[in-house]
Design a protein around this ligand. Structure first.
Ligand code: GLU
Ligand code: MG
Length: 637
């Protein structure tokens, strides 16, 4: 989830005192990097995926499933057996926010050849097998985006009561601090976000109104004024960072050949974020209730919203410098390539001093405003031992601000003194149940970057329209019901990258005619006379590529999954979970998910993930290369 420093974390008051210092040196660190590597242009395509996992434990007797708070030990064992024993180990493991979470990536990045697409799924299987092998009896590794009963009484193993008093990190009525990863970064982030904001975070997710759901749906929180004020009728109320950052996702990072290519990809992929998010929708349930949304995005956004009342526009500015329109976890606010400039129609709050300094240092307007926008934020964690750094050779202060701007896309400068190039990270996707699906989404996105670069495609539309798409994308069944702004003519061929900064030819076309509202089916599969469709474009690209038979077969299967999810022939994970609960014999059509229902659902997910049962409505007649048998939970669940 970002930079992990070791040491003694400072309180919010202390961190705040150093905020200007961190920003000042963060910018100097960025400048050192920029000047050293701005002209690099021979880096090759490399890419990698990140999968976040939850550890669960099944109590078959009582039909209950809990999140196991053993992420730290499991991680230690995996690293000891893996990367610390063998530097070429095929997997890497990292901590994540929840003490019940871990994150896995391939040991080495993938390269640019087509055959690499055929190794992604094997590597994901290896990760699942490896981590499963160190779990205890009745435990399993799950790739679910949000745990349906997160924050319900007794949702962790061991069980802990939440502790909503001063002194705790979350002060949550529902989410115990013991469920937060023990690395001090995570609880410090939690506490400092709350302190900076001046109150607990507030998350209200609309409830799904089933036929027996009380209307209005109102929960009471006796004796808790803050909750009474913050919770909204007809919404599921949550009050802790863990409800958001305790969710799992699937991310892909690309190394571009140059800074210009990275900026171009950053912009192009930003328009794709809401589309792929809706296609990957996998999180319909929160705090034991059926919600009316399918994606986690807004929940995480609210869960780390550290803006004060002044910054949110609720009070006149007095102690703060700016009104800020979005949370730190949100969609991007400006395009970075020059062809994106005319589509930058969102008001951008920037640190003017930093912007000026960057211009003076020879950085162009678009990159300068991007960095000056990221740097309106305060650092949220700081370690006493890490205040004074060598700006020419370290980048912790830059990374401190950068890595707590959790946006749909991330533009990543190379680390100092490394042979890593300029990278971009694609962050909106929800994690899927199986390695097959996760590979399909990853391969789809990576192939799309190949096609964008080879055919010089142009997906840009005004950024405010991308934001509107983000809102639509999270709604229930957006994949089939939602209409999204999308560019009609994407084959401008060469419009996008003519100089080092991605300078565009001036276009005379009025912007409003460049895009139209389309369904995901139209965007992905195409529609005669309206839009060619991304999958048909990928298919024609593939036809012109030399690819071995086996790899081609895998890729075509991945694309088929995406195609069918877009057309509705297959369900998204969110839709499938909704149907599973709706058809559960215990379900009373009152939007409540009981422990037993949760147990049935997660058991089924685990069976599907470990290929112990088929799930044609989700996966189709999926093609599988290797039979996997590494489940620890036996066949009874
Ligand atoms: N778990 C977060 C999500 O679902 C992402 C955390 C990270 O940046 O690694 O988006
Ligand atoms: Mg992560």
């Amino acid at each position: 989830m970002g930079l992990l420093s070791q040491g003694s974390p400072l309180s919010w008051e202390e961190t705040k005192r150093h905020a200007d210092h961190v920003r000042r040196h963060g910018i100097l660190q960025f400048l050192h990097i920029y000047h050293a590597v701005k002209d690099r242009h021979k880096d090759v395509l490399k890419w990698g995926d990140e999968v976040e996992y939850m550890l669960v434990s099944f109590d078959h007797e009582n039909k209950k499933v809990q999140l196991v708070l053993s992420g730290e030990e499991v991680l230690e064992t995996l690293q000891e057996k893996g990367e610390r024993t063998n530097p070429n180990h095929p997997t890497l493991w990292r901590p994540e926010y929840g003490s019940y979470m871990i994150e896995g990536t391939p040991g080495q990045p993938y390269g640019g050849t087509m055959s690499e697409f055929n190794t992604v799924e094997d590597n994901m299987r290896k990760r699942r097998e490896e981590a499963t092998s160190v779990l205890k009896k009745n435990q399993a590794l799950c790739t679910i985006t949000s745990f349906p009963r997160l924050g319900c009484p007794g949702f962790t193993l061991p069980e802990f009561k939440p502790n909503p008093v001063e002194g705790g990190a979350s002060k949550s009525l529902f989410f115990p601090d013991e469920a937060i990863n023990k690395h001090p970064r995570f609880s410090t982030l939690t506490r400092n976000i709350r302190h900076r904001r001046g109150e607990k975070v507030v998350i209200n997710v609309p409830i799904f109104k089933d036929k027996n759901t009380p209307s209005p749906f109102i929960e009471t929180f006796p004796g808790d004024d803050e909750a009474a004020k913050a919770s909204k009728p007809d919404h599921i109320y949550m009050d802790a960072m863990g409800f958001g950052m305790g969710n799992c996702c699937l991310q892909v990072t690309f190394q571009a050949c140059s800074i210009a290519e990275a900026r171009y990809l950053y912009d192009q992929l930003a328009t794709i974020c809401p589309i792929v998010m809706a296609l990957s929708a996998a999180s319909p349930f929160y705090r034991g209730y059926v919600s009316d949304i399918d994606c986690r995005w807004g929940v995480i956004s609210a869960s780390v919203d550290d803006r004060t009342r002044e910054e949110r526009g609720l009070e006149p500015l007095k102690n703060n410098n700016y009104r800020i329109s979005k949370s730190r976890y949100d969609s991007i606010d400006s395009y970075l390539s020059e062809c994106g400039e005319k589509y930058n129609d969102i008001d951008l709050t920037i640190d003017k001093e930093i912007y000026k300094q960057l211009l003076q240092e020879g950085i162009d307007h678009l990159l300068a405003q991007h960095v000056a926008h990221l740097f309106i934020r305060d650092p949220l964690t700081l370690f006493a031992e890490k205040i004074h750094l060598d700006d020419a050779n370290e980048s912790d202060h830059f990374e401190n601000i950068q890595s707590t701007n959790w946006q749909t896309m991330r533009f990543k400068p190379p680390p100092p003194n490394s042979d890593i190039g300029w990278r971009v990270e694609f962050r909106p996707m929800e994690v899927q149940l199986t390695d097959f699906e996760n590979s399909a989404y990853v391969v789809f996105v990576v192939l799309l970057t190949r096609v964008i670069l080879s055919y010089k495609l142009d997906f840009l539309i005004p950024l405010s329209k991308v934001d509107e798409n983000m809102k639509v994308a999270q709604k229930r069944d957006a994949v089939l019901q939602g209409m999204f702004y999308f560019r009609k003519d994407i084959c401008k061929g060469g419009n996008a990258m003519v100089d080092g900064r991605g300078k565009a030819q001036p276009s005379t076309e009025p912007a409003a005619e460049e895009y139209a509202l389309m369904s995901i089916d139209t965007i992905i599969n195409g529609k005669e006379g309206v839009f060619p469709g991304l999958i048909p474009i990928l298919n024609s690209y593939l036809e012109n590529m030399e690819v071995d038979v086996d790899t081609r077969c895998s890729i075509l299967n991945y694309l088929k999954l995406i195609k069918k999810r877009a057309s509705g022939e297959l369900m998204t994970v969110a839709r499938w979970m909704r149907e599973f609960i709706a058809n559960h014999p215990d379900y009373k059509h009152d939007s409540v998910i009981t422990d037993q229902m949760n147990y049935s659902l997660i058991s089924k997910c685990n069976q599907i993930a470990n290929e112990l049962c088929e799930c044609p409505e989700l996966l189709g007649p999926a093609f599988r290369k290797v039979k996997y048998s590494g489940s620890k939970t036996g066949s009874s669940n």
